[in-house]
Design a protein around this ligand. Structure first.
Ligand code: ASP
Ligand code: MG
Length: 418
């Protein structure tokens, strides 16, 4: 059996849904499970809605109408007005109505998951209905009953044993009856609350289903021809890899390559399932295959740019050297506030650390550090990681930018630039 994952960009409009059905039709006769993300930029819009609700701001009704209109418009282009999908979509959105009628619950992350998950619940309703409408037999499956997680909202940790049992129990039977359409990004707790697996987590969902079902392969259909050595938005002369090893792909996602969610590869590597990254615009092209392979020769370096970083430099208030005791205290604040370190460096009197700017967490971190440490920081900087670099070419890559911090190891060079 095969697992396909369709991201938001692939289903951002009615034409995208039709295109999905045409891709799927080519695989008629094969057992297929498809994982679908929220349409277009819906997750961002639902994040804004959550924020508006939690902060009690008045843009809430407008944001909500915009999200509903967007989905109903897509549905109108795909179905006759009498089709039951309109009710299904409306009933899914009612969940949000119920939620926002009440005073906000004080756990932001909990509320976030209950609201933001609606994006995937609606998109999969529309896709499943459209496949059936296009005579491709399919069944809508609620991923929350299969991907079991703890209650670490917004970054649910998967209970693999339970998940494996649920998936193996039901899904093979369903696959015999037609295509299984399910949501990316979602999980469920033992109390039946919804969790999410972290932004862009649909790839991970595909990988979970595939490894529990011992799929032949997973294909993620994207708006790029495959995995490129750099993001063409920022770099010219990019090249596509035909093949990459699991290890290289894991390294790339670790350093922030956004083409695949970081948690996706490991389960596939363990189960020896190849991951294909292919273009939904050119579905006959082979794309990139990630599998167990001897390391590719890299003619061009792999370049990963992470924007929206903070470089924080921390020193002790009493001007003492940065010691292990300081570091262990500093790290405990990072762990407690869920701030993930991208690169760090220690010197005698200060500890410098670069991470993604997430305002809420950053502010809490500053508060925690304040009693014992002095801090300085730079915002709006970028972290560039270059794997398989050529030493001479490193400076050319950063152009006229200032390098604030630099680390070079055998395979990987990293620079924080402004
Ligand atoms: N819709 C979610 C997001 O945008 C999950 C995903 O797309 O993979 O983060
Ligand atoms: Mg998405």
């Amino acid at each position: 059996m095969l697992v396909f994952k369709f991201g938001g960009a692939s289903v951002r409009d009615a034409a995208g849904v039709i295109n999905l059905s045409e891709i799927v039709r080519k695989y008629t006769g094969q057992q297929l499970l498809i994982v679908v993300s929220a349409m277009g930029k819906t997750t961002n819009a639902l994040e804004r809605l959550t924020k508006a609700y939690m902060n009690g701001t008045d843009e809430l009704p407008d944001i909500f109408s915009e999200i509903k209109d967007y989905h109903f418009n897509i549905a109108k282009q795909l179905f006759d007005p009498s089709h039951s999908i309109f009710n299904e979509v409306a009933n899914t959105f009612v969940e949000i109505d119920w939620m926002i009628e009440d005073e906000p619950h004080d756990d932001y992350d909990f509320v976030y998951d209950q609201i933001v998950s609606i994006g995937e619940l609606v998109s999969t309703r529309i896709v499943a209905a459209y496949l059936n409408h296009a005579d491709i037999k399919s069944q809508w499956v609620d991923a929350r009953g299969y991907i079991h997680t703890d209650n670490n909202y917004r970054e649910g940790n998967v209970d693999w044993e339970k998940t494996m049992v649920s998936i193996k129990n039901d899904i093979p039977k369903l696959l015999e009856k037609g295509i299984v359409v399910t949501q990316g990004f979602l999980g469920g707790t033992s109390e039946n609350f919804t969790t999410t697996l972290g932004r862009e987590g649909s790839d991970y969902t595909a990988s979970i289903f595939a490894s529990c079902l011992q799929a032949e392969s997973v294909t993620t259909w994207k708006d790029v021809p495959g995995i490129l050595n750099a993001d063409p938005k920022f770099f010219s002369d990019t090249v596509k890899f035909d093949e990459l090893s699991y290890t290289e792909a894991i390294e790339m996602t670790y350093y922030g390559a956004s083409v695949i969610h970081p948690k996706t590869i490991k389960p596939l590597q363990n189960a020896k399932i190849p991951l294909l990254v292919r273009s939904f615009n050119h579905p006959d092209e082979p794309g990139t295959i990630i599998k167990e392979t001897a390391n590719t020769a890299f003619e061009k370096p792999v370049i990963i740019l992470k924007q929206n970083q903070v470089l924080l430099s921390i020193s002790a208030k009493d001007y003492s050297f940065i010691s292990e005791t300081h570091l262990s205290e500093i790290f405990s604040f990072f762990a407690k506030n869920q701030v993930k370190v991208n690169i760090m460096q220690t010197s005698a009197l200060s500890f410098s650390v670069c991470f993604d700017l997430k305002h809420e967490r950053f502010e809490k971190l500053l508060v925690a550090l304040a009693p014992n440490f002095k801090v300085k920081y730079n915002e709006e900087i970028s972290l560039i990681t270059i794997r398989h670099y050529k030493l001479g070419a490193l400076r050319d890559l950063v152009g006229g930018k200032t390098v604030l911090l630099e680390q070079i190891s055998r395979n990987t060079a990293q620079m924080v630039i402004k």
